[in-house]
Design a protein around this ligand. Structure first.
Ligand code: GLV
Ligand code: MN
Ligand code: MN
Length: 412
């Protein structure tokens, strides 16, 4: 089979999608169900229809674009990723898996390939946690890792309920119907930029993911006592920001204390109220993100942070409340998919590196319902979640070629 990626079209589609942003280009900001997200979905649906794919969306907005196989009742082979983007992001995170997935399907069509199993391109809703606090919202619901009842309780950053927002975006069905029936997919494979520096450093063009690290996240609210920056003397203060600062450093040292390179922790949001030069901070909202490939070690870090919260609250006489948003297990990739990826790399004479994904992906949850695997391509300096995120067309096309070959193997 002669597989030829249309590189120019793929690059121009990546560039065009990056123009649909609420950020100042080159920054891409596409928060789920924002006008940019909805415009990106419409743009993408048109591309899928032009390629003869049949589209359906579910009640949370996950999109499925199907290339019907010879045996339409056989389980499908899925591929895809997300097009929502955190504030001030780049143009490759998620997009390479979606547009690369579409180009892989078109490449197989051009080559005259006839799949026995249908091939389905998925565009997951809200892989990013920006709006509703939890990442992988769409795939959590697809896999049953999150119940419809729990999802209906979610509220966005402005207090707007998920249920209202998704309905306003046109996704009105019953959230319980999002869950996939058993054996819907024979396999799922996601192409993604590495979001780390290893492939580039090792000069290896492809990574085959063996395991996806376990993420946990929480919202933390620190409440102290405000007042006049001149009038309240130091012994009388209950400064919420000073307490939060101690806690941020405790989060860092909890991760460092494992001495394992796979343990990471981040406080990415620190909102100070009332935020005035001459007013003692009375309230601080923090975000917490902790990850590890080892679940027990990840949970031990969460426990250390909980102890730090209690100690700091008592010593500084402030109230600190943590609301756990998610604490997920790591995922092992399936041999069915990793072997198909490896065979495809060998068939095209490309070196590959077995690796761990430290970022989370919808594949973390797809692994609950289907044999799942991921293919990584390098990105410059390992940078991601920033506007200068970059992957070369050569690397993207190579990843897309191996994805096409793998989809062919899995769907035959
Ligand atoms: C996904 O964007 C992640 O934060 O790992
Ligand atoms: Mn991301
Ligand atoms: Mn991503």
């Amino acid at each position: 089979m002669n597989l030829e990626i249309d590189q120019q079209r793929l690059q121009s589609e990546i560039d065009d999608l990056a123009q649909i942003t609420e950020g100042e280009p080159p920054a891409v900001t596409r928060i789920v169900f924002s006008s940019a997200d909805l415009r990106a979905r419409a743009w993408l649906a048109e591309k899928c229809q032009e390629s003869g794919l049949t589209i359906r969306t579910d009640a949370v907005g996950n999109t499925f674009a199907r290339w019907q196989g010879g045996n339409p009742v056989a389980p499908a082979v899925g591929t895809g990723s997300h097009v929502d983007a955190i504030p001030n992001a780049g143009k490759y995170d998620g997009v390479v898996g979606v547009l690369g997935g579409l180009e892989a399907i078109r490449t197989l069509q051009r080559a005259g390939f006839c799949p026995a199993h249908s091939i389905e391109l998925l565009v997951f809703t809200s892989e990013e946690p920006t709006r509703f606090g939890v990442g992988c919202l769409g795939s959590r619901l697809l896999s049953g890792a999150m119940s419809a009842e729990a999802a209906a309780q979610l509220t966005g950053i402005n207090g707007d309920p998920l249920d209202t927002v998704r309905r306003a975006a046109g996704f009105t069905g019953d959230l319980a119907s999002v869950r996939l029936p058993a054996n819907y997919y024979k396999a799922f494979v996601e192409l993604h930029i590495e979001q780390g520096p290893i492939l580039e450093q090792e000069k290896i063009p492809l990574g085959i993911v063996q395991k996806i690290a376990a993420p946990a996240s929480a919202r933390i609210l620190v409440e102290g006592s405000g007042g006049h920056a001149g009038g309240v003397l130091m012994p009388d203060r209950k400064d919420a920001l000073c307490a939060a600062s101690e806690l941020i450093l405790a989060v860092e040292s909890a991760a460092c204390s494992t001495h394992a390179p796979d343990t990471v922790s981040t406080v990415g949001i620190c909102e100070v109220f009332p935020g005035a030069v001459n007013s003692i901070p009375s309230r601080v909202r923090l975000s917490l993100d902790v990850r590890d490939t080892d679940l027990v070690r990840r949970d031990s870090v969460m426990q250390k942070i909980a102890e730090a919260i209690n100690a700091i609250a008592a010593r500084r006489a402030v109230a600190i409340r943590a609301e756990l948003l998610n604490a997920d297990a790591p995922a092992d990739c399936s041999l069915l998919v990793t072997a198909a990826l490896a065979e495809s790399c060998r068939a095209h004479d490309f070196a590959f590196l077995p690796m761990v994904s430290r970022a989370y992906h919808d594949s973390l949850f797809m692994s609950h319902v289907a044999p799942t695997g991921m293919l990584f391509i390098p990105c410059r300096n390992g940078w991601s979640h920033r506007p200068d995120e970059y992957a070369s067309l050569e690397d993207i096309a190579r990843g897309t070629l191996i994805l096409a070959e793998t989809l062919a193997r899995l769907s035959s």
